[in-house]
Design a protein around this ligand. Structure first.
Ligand code: ADP
Ligand code: ADP
Length: 239
């Protein structure tokens, strides 16, 4: 069974825009799939649909099988758990951003407390471990987001995404807002984490070169459809 098996996915926004038009995709555990395509082709919509994070009134059809279980058909309670422990979405376009008035440690600890039922002491320990895993000292848990650089904030977001040991990480334009040096660091970090933990990665970018350097396979979208899919090297050469 694939980690993720998307079948005939369609997404139509309330206003009538058909943003995703019949997408089939597969990802095996521990593998990395890049999704490329020009702005407006439906990449973010696809990512959000995988966790049912689209605005109310959006029509979604098809199947999103995560470890064989259809995310689109799940009950709400199950979906909440799956959003952390099954698949986690990071960065831009996601619903998720750091709360400016809460310490980053508390923000990382929250899903650990809620979804792993950790004790407060256990959650604090786990938060320290997560920070170190993403290359920040555990003591940075006490910082507020504005006290961190853009790259450090991105690391905190990654720590949060990892908090409940997801099987799949969806990274939507993870490096777009960062300067070039920091971009490379964040990409290396994501690669290392994925390799160490055998989680699947879906990385979305308008930059095919970034994806080709990180992912095993690439899918290229155009106007809501996947128009090309294959081994990263082949798709990159052909483009
Ligand atoms: P990409 O991530 O590739 O830039 P998007 O998924 O953001 O593409 O957008 C795909 C299409 O859906 C575009 O035509 C965009 O204008 C439209 N769209 C995106 N978000 C919404 C929304 N919340 N409501 C209505 N239309 C949207
Ligand atoms: P609610 O819908 O009541 O906000 P959720 O448990 O779905 O409850 O989410 C709480 C908050 O946690 C959300 O507002 C979102 O910012 C964040 N969140 C939920 N799931 C994820 C996830 N998989 N990855 C990143 N952030 C998430």
């Amino acid at each position: 069974m694939s980690l993720l098996d998307v079948r005939g996915l369609t997404v139509t926004y309330a206003g009538g825009t058909a943003a995703v038009r019949g997408v089939d995709l597969r990802l095996e555990a521990g593998r990395k799939l890049g999704i490329a395509g020009e702005s407006g082709c439906g990449k973010s919509t696809l990512a959000l649909a995988l966790l049912r994070l689209l605005p109310a009134g959006t029509r979604v059809g098809g199947e999103v099988l995560l470890d064989g279980e259809d995310v689109l058909a799940m009950k709400w309670g199950r979906l909440r758990a799956v959003r952390w422990a099954g698949a986690s979405i990071v960065f831009q376009g996601a619903m998720h951003s750091l709360n400016p008035v809460r310490r980053v440690g508390d923000q990382i600890a929250e899903p650990v407390l809620l979804h792993r039922r950790a004790t407060p002491a256990g959650a604090r320990k786990r938060t320290g471990e997560l920070l170190e895993q993403v290359g920040l000292p555990a003591a940075r848990a006490a910082a507020y987001p504005h006290e961190l650089s853009g790259g450090q904030r991105q690391r905190v977001m990654i720590a949060m995404a990892l908090a409940c040991d997801p099987r799949l990480i969806i990274a939507d334009e993870p490096t777009t807002a960062l300067d070039v040096m920091v971009q490379a660091q964040i990409l290396r970090l994501i690669e290392r984490l994925v390799a160490d933990q055998d989680v699947g990665l879906i990385m979305i970018s308008h930059d095919l070169a970034v994806l080709a350097g990180t992912c095993d396979r690439l899918a290229v979208m155009y106007a809501g459809r996947v128009v090309e899919e294959g081994p990263a090297g082949d798709v990159y050469e052909a483009a």
